[in-house]
Write a protein that binds this ligand. Structure first.
Ligand SMILES: C[S@@+](CC[C@H](N)C(=O)[O-])C[C@H]1O[C@@H](n2cnc3c(N)ncnc32)[C@H](O)[C@@H]1O
Length: 243
């Protein structure tokens, strides 16, 4: 999946997206926002905001920025924001793998059903870490590959098919977190059959560098991080570990 395909596939869904994926995935979106306990003026970025289904649920005392690459999805989100008179919401067309925001711009970054729908999850996670302040929250809601080996094998077989529909089914949470400075603070299974996970992480990056995870650099690519068997390595050592 490349960016042209994201634009093509998701823009073709835009007008029916809410009817197909609205209710069925509502519980997950609602759980994110109900547990946010967002402070007044907290700056929240929603990556891959889609048609903006979650937007009306955020408290109005926060500043919400939503980005999406699909023009069609974003148009729906803009319409929703206008209908609900959401003056606290800004929407931009942007590639989540190469964001135009400065480092540490947000307190909280949310990605609902996005990490498995993007061309390169490593770039997107790396960018979410960069634009989120040190100690801020990064919340991912997604179906991740199952821990059960049998189900994981089925998901692997299905993934080439679902990729044509706009998402993959074979990405494990551990793979997403590997080499990042993210510390899981909370994990909750949500949605039908509890097959989706809401994962709230604390951004453990330090304040003076860029991220470089799993071989992908962003920004100026100064700092590196790695976790091996759950142990955070020093930046220098992790740089060597990651090569
Ligand atoms: C499955 S939808 C999820 C939409 C919404 N978050 C929700 O809760 O329904 C995935 C969204 O990610 C967007 N997307 C995929 N790759 C992207 C990228 N590189 N940059 C920005 N948005 C992207 C798609 O256009 C689509 O709107």
């Amino acid at each position: 999946m490349d960016l042209a395909k994201v634009e093509r596939v998701y823009t073709s869904y835009a007008k029916i997206y809410d009817r197909v994926f609205g209710k069925v995935f509502h519980e997950g979106r609602q759980s994110i926002i109900q547990n946010l306990n967002a402070q007044p003026h907290e700056k929240i970025l929603e990556v891959g905001v889609g048609t903006g289904l979650a937007l009306p649920m955020y408290p109005r005392h926060c500043q919400i920025v939503g980005i999406d690459f699909s023009e069609g999805m974003l148009d729906q989100a803009k319409q929703r924001a206008a209908e609900h008179r959401m003056d606290h919401v800004q929407l931009h067309r942007m590639d989540a793998g190469s964001m135009e925001f400065k480092d540490d711009s947000f307190d909280t970054v949310v990605a609902a059903y996005v990490v498995t729908a993007v061309p390169d999850y490593r770039k997107v996670v790396s960018e979410m870490i960069r634009v989120c302040r040190p100690g801020g929250r990064i919340i991912m809601l997604n179906h991740f590959a199952n821990d059960n080996k049998f189900i994981a094998a089925i998901e692997k077989v299905l993934s080439p098919i679902t990729k044509n529909l706009g998402w993959r089914t074979d990405l494990a949470l551990q793979t997403v977190l590997e080499g990042t400075p993210l510390h899981v603070a909370r994990r909750q299974n949500v949605n039908p059959m509890r097959l989706w996970a809401l994962v709230e992480c604390v951004n453990g990056k330090n304040g003076n560098g860029k991220t470089h995870i799993n071989g992908v650099k962003n920004g100026n690519g100064a700092a590196t991080y790695a976790h091996i068997n759950g142990t955070r390595l020093s930046e220098q050592a992790s740089g060597q570990a990651l090569g």
